[in-house]
Design a protein around this ligand. Structure first.
Ligand SMILES: [Mn+2]
Length: 349
């Protein structure tokens, strides 16, 4: 299955948070904005400031923080926020929440990177990809400041209550282990796993992000998407995407017994494979006009997405300004990871 749920931007209210007293309360965030609420809790706890643009459930998310090194230091590094990966009380207890960050700090800020992955399509019938993912979580990811998963982590997802039935308990535990080690992990759903929900978030520690989301990383505004919403030439997919975005569709689907959901997902996957084999390749890729229009509307010069399984860094211009669209690769043959550290960007393979 599935086409990802679409979210359309509406008006935004901006709330500027300072360390003193004016954090928005958890209650002021409407359902669907749990990510912002969690960020604010982290900042309250660690006494750092941030800028939050509140959103409605249909809005995009925007999370802004100064880059490491740009923040005005208070008592060196010891007062910054570990959970957001921008500094923190450095403790040497390997079991502490800040252990991951502590390791990063000891290596110096030059080693600080944010990782992006997508399209792992994990499924019990593809154990090699799952093995690569576990290896990635135990090694490369533990040295990162934060990890962003931009959708299609799973081949399909039919509700958080069915994780064990789909054989994904190990993946949940491994993500939780990374979180407990101090690496902040974000999950933006794809068209295969758009039904990932709050229980998954609780069990893994992943912060759920809507598609699209704008993040401020190392002083740059970056637009994150899964990517399927950019494939506007595939009308059938866009129709399905709009359908499953409806809360009533989700509610009805999740109310069905797991076996029935499983059967529906199997049918949808078979249909998707059929479409892939019959539709022209160009239709399955992004539409350049849509890309430019989306980047223009968010005022960003960098877009990172997956979905098309065509890893590349596309450089072009919008209204005369140089911009880049970074496409993550899939994990069918080998792991594909984007490392980003502000001025340095590397996409492997
Ligand atoms: Mn996809």
């Amino acid at each position: 299955m599935f086409a990802a749920h679409g979210r359309r931007s509406r008006g935004k209210a901006t709330a500027k948070c300072t360390p003193a007293t004016d954090y928005p309360s958890q209650e002021s965030f409407p359902p669907g904005c749990e990510a912002q609420a969690k960020e604010i809790e982290h900042c309250k706890q660690w006494g750092v400031s941030g800028k939050f643009e509140q959103c409605s459930p249909q809005d995009t998310t925007s999370i802004a923080f100064p880059a490491p090194g740009q923040r005005k230091k208070r008592r060196g590094l010891a007062r910054q926020c570990p959970a957001l990966g921008h500094g923190g009380n450095v403790r040497d207890n390997p079991r502490s929440e800040t252990a991951g960050l502590s390791r990063v700090l000891r290596r110096g800020w030059s080693q600080v990177t944010t990782l992006f992955i997508s399209d792992l399509h994990l499924a019990p019938e593809r154990p090699q990809s799952t093995g690569q993912f576990f290896d990635f979580l135990e090694n490369q990811a533990t040295r990162a400041q934060a990890l962003y998963i931009l959708g299609d982590l799973f081949e399909y997802w039919i509700g958080d209550d069915a994780a064990a039935d789909l054989g994904h308990r190990g993946v949940i535990d491994a993500l939780k282990h990374l979180h407990d080690g101090g690496v902040t992990t974000y999950f933006l759903p794809g068209n295969r796993d758009f039904l990932v929900g709050e229980r998954f978030s609780r069990e893994t520690g992943c912060i759920l992000l809507p598609d699209p989301t704008v993040v401020d990383l190392y002083g740059k505004r970056i637009l994150l998407m899964h990517g399927d919403s950019l494939c506007t030439d595939d009308k059938e997919h866009q129709h399905f995407r709009a359908l499953v975005a409806q809360p009533s569709w989700r509610k009805d689907f999740l109310a069905k017994p797991i076996a029935e959901r499983m059967a529906l997902a199997t049918d949808a996957r078979a249909q998707s494979e059929l479409n892939k084999s019959t539709l022209p390749m160009a239709i399955m890729d992004v539409n350049q006009d849509t890309v430019e229009s989306v980047m223009r509307s968010f005022g960003v010069r960098t877009l990172i997405h997956g979905h098309t399984h065509r890893p590349a860094v596309h450089q072009f211009r919008i209204d005369g300004a140089p911009v880049q669209r970074i496409v993550l690769g899939d994990w069918y043959e080998r792991s594909s990871v984007l490392q980003y550290s502000g001025d340095k960007l590397s996409l492997t393979p």
